[in-house]
Write a protein that binds this ligand. Structure first.
Ligand code: ZN
Length: 483
């Protein structure tokens, strides 16, 4: 369909999930059937602590492709939500007396602007490119922003009444939950919260005491809307985030995580089991990148010289900015690779060694069409007009991923199994659909429908809040069609 065929073969044994499902995307179907949501958000979280590696790209690319396939297979609106974990430890030091570890987060060390710079440096270009390649929009939220959300803080406060029950699943070896409430004066917090104590919890909030190496004892009051920074360790953060997501009946959240999380979620599920209320959201685990020993590829172990780079490792596998080419070129390679993994549940629910990934990527066919097209989905009645060349103006609202759309770009319109490749001749921006129709002329948007009917149809697709983003009229020229 897209003019690209390849004979790279992946051989995978059968497994329990592959035996149960024909398509990888069917993993979201049970909850879709049960809850009938308006849209599905594929949620992916990444620690903001330096250059991403291949494993990170696999998870992120899978989120976009799963969103694209879900939209197509189940006809539901989808989005990718990127959680930027700016509470990753930036620096760690030891208290000279107790030898307790203290840490400060990326947010506390670099500030919101510094974190935003890192997001721009490592992720925005990749996400814009993934959005273009898949036709799926994305949202970025930092952990720092998330923990200020009253809903998040309320969800956390609600768990404190069951702290005696959930502290065992969250910390099975000692029951000491790593709940970090940084010192208000310096922003450092005891990493393992050895001396952080819950003094009182009630309906309005909770009072804690903690100890800073430099500033001594301090009190922290956590309520739904106070500013005290709430740095939850990994398992607790996932518990709160997943419980919050599970309460949303309009948007179904699907967590997309690296395969090593399949183990970690066992404890999150134990904590869920101790609490009343929602059940965990659906989760999809993506393949792990392994060394020749079968261990997960670890950038830090290699950097520290504890292990040698395993066979088949390329520099870009450890640091994706080392990819010998543009971001678009890298994203195309990832979309191809993850597309192959998603094509069969046997290929998705397994891991890959660096050597096997090297073999697959080396055999990757060159892009044969020569054009990189962003994909846009169309209803059948509009698609047929585009594919016959009768519709030359496509109307969209100005989603963030369309801000770079320009003359000369290619757009592949998709409807079911059909697609039509077009090239952008002109992009005009308007403040309303009326203004756009008056200026462009309704016949070029839809030759078969009168102006007022078009306006009603467009407004059924895009509500007032979407129209407020701005209206794009995209003049297109049909290059080929394969109906
Ligand atoms: Zn301090």
């Amino acid at each position: 369909m897209n003019g690209r065929s390849d004979s790279v073969e992946i051989i995978s044994p059968n497994n329990v999930l592959a035996n149960a499902m024909l398509r990888s995307i069917d993993m979201v179907r049970p909850r879709l059937q049960a809850t009938n949501p308006d849209r599905v958000a594929f949620c992916v979280g990444t620690q903001i602590n330096g250059a991403p590696h291949l494993g990170t790209s696999l998870v992120q690319t899978a989120a976009f492709l799963l969103a694209k396939q879900t939209k197509r297979a189940f006809g539901v609106d989808t989005v990718v939500r990127f959680g930027a974990l700016d509470n990753a430890p930036y620096d760690i030091r030891l208290d000279p007396e107790t030898h307790h570890a203290y840490q400060t987060t990326y947010f506390h060390a670099l500030g919101a602007d510094g974190v935003d710079d890192l997001l721009g440096k490592y992720y925005r270009g990749m996400f814009d490119s993934l959005a273009d390649a898949t036709g799926v929009d994305y949202e970025i939220e930092t952990y720092t922003a998330q923990q200020t959300d009253p809903a998040f803080r309320h969800e956390f406060l609600a768990t404190l009444g069951w702290l005696d029950q959930i502290r065992w699943p969250l910390a099975p070896s000692h029951g000491q939950v790593h709940l970090r409430l940084p010192c208000p004066e310096c922003g450092w917090a005891e990493k393992r919260a050895e001396r952080t104590r819950l003094q009182r919890t009630g309906s309005g909030g909770a009072d804690f005491t903690a100890v800073c190496t430099d500033h001594g004892d301090y009190d922290i009051a956590v309520t739904a809307d106070t500013g005290a920074y709430l740095d939850l360790a990994t398992l607790y953060r996932n518990l709160v985030k997943e419980r919050m997501a599970a309460r949303d009946h309009v948007t179904l959240s699907v967590m997309v995580k690296g395969g090593d999380w399949a183990y970690g979620c066992q404890l999150v599920d134990e904590a869920f089991a101790q609490l009343p209320g929602p059940v965990p959201p659906p989760r999809i685990f993506t393949p792990m990148v392994l060394t020749d020993t079968g261990a997960k590829l670890s950038k830090s172990l290699i950097r520290e010289g504890k292990v040698a780079p395993p066979p088949g490792t390329h520099p870009w596998m450890l640091d994706v900015t080392e990819w010998p080419g543009s971001i678009d070129d890298y994203v195309d390679a990832m979309v191809w690779l993850v597309g192959k993994m998603l094509a069969d549940p046997k290929h998705l629910y397994r891991s890959y060694t660096t050597q096997e990934l090297d073999r697959i990527m080396t055999a990757r066919p060159a892009t044969t069409t020569g054009v990189r097209a962003r994909e846009m989905n169309l209803y059948r009645r509009y698609f047929d007009l585009v594919a016959s060349g009768r519709k030359t103006i496509e109307v969209r609202v100005q989603y963030p991923n369309l801000r770079n759309l320009k003359v000369g770009d290619h757009i592949r319109f998709v409807c079911g199994r059909d697609d039509a490749l077009t090239q952008v001749r002109r992009v005009a921006r308007y403040s309303s659909f009326e203004e756009m129709l008056d200026s462009e002329g309704p016949a070029r948007v839809n030759p078969d429908s009168p102006r007022e009917q078009q306006l009603a149809n467009i407004r059924r697709i895009y509500g007032p809040e979407k129209e407020a983003l701005g209206v794009l009229a995209i003049e297109i020229e049909l290059l080929d069609h394969a109906v």
